[in-house]
Structure formats: structure tokens, C-alpha cells
Design a protein around this ligand. Structure first.
Ligand SMILES: Nc1ncnc2c1ncn2[C@@H]1O[C@H](COP(=O)(O)OP(=O)(O)O)[C@@H](O)[C@H]1O
Ligand SMILES: [Mg+2]
Length: 284
């Protein structure tokens, strides 16, 4: 399945770089007015001593106990680990949906932990795309309208929204399905709509929390193939949580969480690709 991104701004990245970076990546103007200047060569994402505490007193729980993590533009990282080890908590912080209790989160040199809620929302809309296990599409709303939504929040005109969403749906293999609602689509198709929604804004980073958790093997592989293409062909940085080694095998780096800490961080020299040897018998 080939992926054609909506507009030209995300030209295929050399060395995985996002087109236009670093200048285009520098959080500009009102989005991050308080952001310090960016130094070239800075990792796209840097966590330092990040902790997350939920609850207080007897109910207190340290979901993250001090995370250090650097991610360079163009990486494809799988985050693995047992249930409750802090993967989703870390993803929510990385996705600017939540803030650390302590520590630093630098996004392209900008201190996210120091941003206001509003500034974080703008950073999110400008640079990040999200894919969730449960698809999180609006019911009784067409695929086209679901994909247009992030552009609506951005204040794009109807014409731009329409054209960009149609192209994004085309790029995930759903041309012709624009007017179907989620209930008229299979799980795999719904997740592809969600991916179209994630990439319609041409994000620098796609964050996917167990994107294949609700899908069978064949559908999972199609989703992984899409994520791989976004990463390899378009230089989008992909951060993905998965329980399944088969899915993590598509990533070029595997970070394993255990009990709120990073337990291991390993490169994958041979990520799955269309050129990989045939998968073992019994697996489509
Ligand atoms: N909003 C919350 N309030 C209280 N505890 C939470 C909250 N979210 C997560 N936790 C707890 O934090 C720990 C890590 O959760 P989570 O990040 O969801 O783990 P994972 O995604 O690895 O399964 C778990 O013990 C979980 O119960
Ligand atoms: Mg989780």
C-alpha cells in the first residue's frame, strides 16, 4: 500500500529529516512565544528526569520514576513493556496531552513543561498526530468529516479541509469511502481513517498507542505498513506503543518500560519492510 501525503510540504525526508527543518520545525510565533531559540542538532524530543505522580497520600502512585529519552527526527520507535509500566503515561506527556510532575520535556528545544495549556494545544495541533487503539472516530460522522476535524480546529477554509482530507483518505487506501460512517467500516478501515486524520495536518510526529490492539493479524500488518511508509517515505517520526513483538519488529528502535522506568533501549538493525523475507508460515 503506498502512501501519498496530502500536500507537498512533507517531501520525502533525507536522513529522515522533516522537510523544511529545522526552520519549519522551530515552534514559531504565537504557538510557542516563550520558546527559547533552537540549536541545530538538538534532538526533536528530549525527556530528562521525567516523573509522573498520580493521586496523593495513600493513593499516590508514581507512574513514571525518572525517564531520560532522546528521539531524533525521522526515528521509528516502538515502546513496549508490561501493562501498567507507564507507556501510555509517557505517550500522553510526549503528545502534550499531559504534563510531567517533575523533569523536563524539550520539543525541538522548547520547554514543553513550561508552556501554558493553550500553547501546548497549539504545539499539538501544529506538530503532532495521534492514533489510538480504539480509533476514537466520531460516530455518525463520515470518514471525510472525521479527517477534516483537525483542520477545522486549525481554522482552515472548507475548500482546504475538503481537498486535504480527500487526499489523506486516498493515501491510506480509502478513496471512495469518504461518505461512510465508522459503523459502515471494518476495524482496519476505521484505523486507516484515524491515520488519515493524524496525517492530514502534516505532523512532524505521529504518536500511536497500541494502534493494532483491536485488529487481527492481517489488518495489523496493513496498519504497520502504513506507519512504516509514513516514516520511511515521508520522514515522519513515529512513536508507537505495542504489546506485540511482531509489530515492534517494524520499528528501528525498541524502548522497553518496566515499572515506570526505561529498562532497555535497543536498535533494530533489520526492521520489517516490504523487502523482508517472507513471514513464517501461518502468518499472512
Ligand atoms: N489518570 C490516572 N490516575 C491514576 N492512576 C493512573 C492514571 N493513569 C494511569 N495510572 C496508573 O499509572 C500506571 C501506569 O499506567 P499506564 O501509563 O496507563 O501504563 P501502560 O500504558 O504501560 O499500561 C498504572 O499503575 C496506572 O494504573
Ligand atoms: Mg497503555
Amino acid at each position: 500500500m503506498s502512501v501519498v501525503l496530502p500536500r507537498a510540504a512533507l517531501a520525502p525526508g533525507q536522513n529522515g529529516a522533516v522537510a523544511g527543518a529545522p526552520h519549519d520545525m522551530v515552534p514559531r510565533s504565537d504557538a510557542l512565544a516563550a520558546a527559547p531559540a533552537v540549536t541545530t542538532g538538538t534532538p526533536l524530543i528530549r525527556l530528562r528526569g521525567v516523573t509522573k505522580r498520580y493521586g496523593t497520600g495513600q493513593a499516590e502512585l508514581m507512574a513514571l520514576k525518572g525517564i531520560d529519552l532522546d528521539i531524533t527526527a525521522g526515528e521509528f520507535v516502538a515502546i513496549m513493556g508490561p501493562s501498567g509500566s507507564g507507556k501510555s503515561t509517557a505517550m500522553n506527556i510526549l503528545g502534550c496531552l499531559d504534563t510531567p510532575s517533575a523533569g523536563q520535556y524539550l520539543f525541538h528545544g522548547a520547554h514543553v513543561e513550561a508552556l501554558s495549556r493553550d500553547q501546548r494545544a497549539r504545539l499539538r495541533r501544529r506538530f503532532l498526530g495521534f492514533v489510538f487503539q480504539g480509533f476514537n472516530l466520531l460516530a455518525r460522522t463520515s470518514a471525510q468529516e472525521n479527517v477534516e476535524l483537525p483542520l477545522l480546529y486549525r481554522g482552515e477554509s472548507a475548500a482546504v479541509r475538503h481537498a486535504s482530507a480527500a487526499k489523506a483518505l486516498q493515501s491510506v487506501g480509502l478513496g471512495g469511502w469518504e461518505h461512510h460512517t465508522p459503523s459502515e467500516l471494518s476495524g482496519g478501515q476505521q484505523q486507516r481513517v484515524a491515520i488519515a486524520r493524524a496525517i492530514v495536518t502534516e505532523p512532524a510526529v505521529v504518536l500511536a498507542d497500541e494502534p493494532t490492539g483491536n485488529l487481527d493479524t492481517q489488518r495489523s500488518r496493513e496498519i504497520m505498513e502504513l506507519l512504516r511508509a509514513l516514516n520511511v517515505d515521508h520522514g515522519i517520526t513515529v512513536l508507537m506503543v505495542t504489546h506485540e513483538a511482531d509489530m515492534a519488529a517494524y520499528a528501528r528502535r525498541v524502548v522497553r518500560f518496566v515499572d515506570g522506568r526505561i529498562d532497555s533501549d535497543t536498535p533494530n538493525q533489520r526492521p520489517v519492510s516490504p523487502d523482508s523475507p517472507a513471514v513464517p508460515a501461518g502468518k499472512p
